[in-house]
Design a protein around this ligand. Structure first.
Ligand code: ACM
Length: 697
């Protein structure tokens, strides 16, 4: 910029030094950093890699030693021994200003420089240093070894990275209430979170189906629930998370979602029903009695204990999904509402919101007394809710904006529900603050960030990783990287790389479904054909799994083909991309396909894929017929074969430059419609792509 222009810009307060455009050469980095300048050089890694930490006192930094460098080697090359030194030159030097406190939202900014002379990470806090180390690991991942002096060598590419998060609150909700998640499961997911720079574990610890923390003051709470974390285990998880720069926000959901509480302490109930811990997934609308002082006395005892156990300044009280039916049905509660002006203008109907706000205010006072800030689901927002409550929006984006406009801080989860089995792309497109948001700058600052939620009705400790990863990484990027980072194919490419990195960290998202397939196939059968089918199936979306001819309860084993099917099929998605590329060739050529090698090759790849799918059914039929648990998937295997045959017909037409007749196309589309029938709570993820192929003129 010329000097006079610069002066002009400064006078106008024009953002001359604003963020540069986001990096486009993203390699394996996820989330994409704020700024990346690649150089041409490399830093060669020898068999020993020395690390100098300029503040070895911090507990966080010891994690760098213990974990992040323990597997510092790229696939296919020699292992590297990491050695920590306290003085002198080192391969990697880590400097930071102070030990960062994740609970205080301390800065996570860092710079990472790799030159042919060495590697440095500089950060204002240890949190930034940890984020820098997470980036460093991704620089190394999948670097091809080069030969140097006859030895396999690996290297880090020369680069200058400056990076900081867009949002301070980047969470993952894990639901240990619906299916209990042992400590090891939580820990390996914390490793996954750290790898993609997520920094809040929202631990959903109590629900209708269980209360999962040992309570010393109210022990029946955990005793009636069977599986629970001891307080020592909770502390172990908290330490593990803190060492990775991750905060843990516990959720104790009240007044709804409390059947397990009422099974333990029946005096909490709004009616005179005696409950056992709930053995169903149906929304119960069973709520605590908000009118009895004994309810608040019990909650005060529990929250006193739990706010001491969990040091994070935030404390989540839930507040969702109570439609008030139990309150309306109890004459004593209705009398209380009447006496306290909580009826609607007709003087008869309960103003459920007014009564729940009364309850919320009582709970907020407790939580505040114990030095915490209250977080609740968006139902708690409404007239009378104090501004220091944080709102977690799940029913829609409106809750997020309403909260900020009311002056409350807010986090977004609507659009990040991993349990609904939607695509990474759909989560990725969900921005807490899109450019066209209606908020003022001051209101925008109240949007703290977002959280991916992994509700566990359909995820036990075995399959949960595969329901979280790698899709949660797409949410992680949305919350860390610039708003303008929106290249979907590039995101998927990097998601693949991250997925491999997560496997290396011990996540089971690839291994567990494969093991399940082996179990389903049995010890003698070849698992191949079953895998071919499973990889193009997806569980039905949203909440449909509850409503497809099979009633799930908490004790239903999650070991059917639907549980091995990916939430988002990579095979189907990649097939879809190839179909689109082929159709682009076709559009460009006018009729048929261009006679280019690229078009021929793609045609060949697609044909091979379709032939495999077509042939798969006859290989799979004997296994499907012999296994009672697999039989229900036989129609999908047959449908895959039939749909593939249609695709092959269409490819042949394209190859010969023939335009299909309207009658052929109509019949083919009708057939695809007929094949589009879920079975065993799964659907064939390739059908929409075959439909595009058939529809193309
Ligand atoms: C929720 O999904 N009920 C918060």
């Amino acid at each position: 910029m010329r000097p006079f222009l610069l002066l002009f810009a400064l006078l106008l307060n024009y953002p001359v030094f604003a963020q540069p455009a986001p990096p486009t050469d993203t390699r394996n980095l996820l989330p994409v950093p704020t700024s990346v300048r690649w150089g041409a050089g490399k830093y060669l890694i020898k068999r020993t890699f020395s690390v100098r930490l300029e503040r070895s006192d911090s507990a966080v930094v010891s994690t760098v030693q213990a974990l992040l460098f323990s597997r510092l080697y790229a696939p296919g090359s020699h292992p590297v021994v990491t050695r920590f030194v306290t003085e002198g030159p080192a391969d990697l030097t880590i400097r930071f200003g102070k030990a960062g406190n994740p609970a205080a939202f301390d800065e996570e900014k860092y710079s990472l420089r790799v030159t042919p002379m060495g590697v440095t990470i500089d950060a204002p806090t240890s949190l930034g240093a940890l984020r820098g180390v997470a980036t460093l690991r991704q620089l190394l991942a999948n670097q091809l070894p080069t030969k140097k002096n006859g030895l396999e060598a690996q290297f880090l590419p020369e680069v200058d990275i400056q990076d900081q998060p867009r949002f301070a609150w980047r969470g993952l909700l894990m639901d240990a209430a619906r299916h209990f998640m042992p400590v090891a499961v939580i820990k390996r997911n914390l490793d996954g979170m750290a790898a993609v720079k997520l920094n809040v574990l929202h631990w959903h610890l109590a629900d209708d189906q269980g209360f999962r923390v040992e309570s010393r003051t109210l022990p029946r709470l955990h005793e009636v629930s069977g599986q629970y974390y001891t307080q020592a285990q909770v502390r172990e998880v908290l330490r593990y998370a803190a060492a990775r720069g991750i905060r843990v926000v516990p959720e104790f959901d009240v007044p709804g979602h409390t059947i397990a509480w009422q099974a333990a302490y029946p005096q909490l109930a709004s009616g005179d029903t005696a409950y056992a811990v709930y053995q169903s997934w149906r929304t119960a609308n069973v709520a605590l009695d908000p009118t009895k002082e004994s309810t608040y006395a019990l909650l005060d005892t529990l929250f006193g204990e739990m706010t001491r156990l969990f040091p994070d300044p935030y404390f989540h009280i839930g507040g969702d999904e109570n439609d008030g039916r139990q309150w309306r049905g109890n004459p004593r509660i209705m009398a209380f509402a009447k006496a306290n002006g909580m009826l609607k203008s007709d003087g008869k109907t309960l103003d459920k919101h007014a009564l729940q706000t009364y309850f919320n205010r009582r709970v907020l006072a407790m939580v505040t007394k114990y030095g915490k800030q209250m977080v609740g689901w968006d139902e708690i927002l409404g007239p009378g809710l104090p501004q220091d409550a944080v709102i977690q929006s799940w029913r829609g984006r409106k809750g997020l904006y309403d909260a900020a406009q009311a002056g409350n801080r807010a986090i977004l989860s609507h659009g990040y529900y991993l349990d609904l089995n939607q695509s990474a792309a759909s989560h990725y497109a969900t921005d807490p603050l899109p450019a066209n948001n209606p908020l003022t700058p001051a209101q925008q600052r109240l949007i703290l960030g977002g959280e991916a939620t992994m509700w566990s009705e359909f995820a036990d400790s075995v399959v949960v990783d595969s329901r979280i990863w790698p899709r949660a990484a797409a949410v992680a990027e949305r919350l860390w990287s610039a708003r303008e980072v929106t290249n979907v194919p590039d995101m998927y490419r990097r998601l693949g790389a991250v997925s491999g990195q997560l496997e290396g960290l011990g996540l089971q998202h690839c291994r567990a479904p494969e093991q399940l397939l082996r179990q389903l196939a049995g010890p003698t059968a070849d698992v191949g054909p079953l895998r071919t089918l499973a990889r193009v199936l997806e569980p039905v979306k949203e909440y449909k799994r509850h409503f497809q001819g099979f009633t799930y309860v908490p004790s239903t084993p999650l070991n059917r083909l639907v549980d091995a099917a990916p939430a988002e099929s990579d095979v189907a998605r990649e097939f879809g991309c190839q179909v689109d590329t082929l159709l682009n060739f076709h559009t460009a050529a006018g009729t048929g396909l261009p006679a280019t090698p690229a078009a021929r090759m793609l045609l060949g790849t697609l044909r091979q894929q379709l032939q495999r799918w077509q042939a798969n059914n006859s290989q799979l039929v004997p296994l499907l017929a012999a296994s009672p648990t697999l039989t229900e998937y036989a129609p999908l295997s047959a449908a895959l074969s039939t749909a593939a045959a249609l695709g092959l017909e269409r490819l042949a037409q394209l190859e010969k430059g023939q335009t299909p007749s309207a009658a052929w196309r109509a019949a083919a589309l009708r057939q695809l419609d007929t094949l589009n029938q879920p079975a065993g709570q799964t659907e064939l993820a390739v059908l929409p792509h075959l439909r595009r192929l058939v529809e193309a003129k």
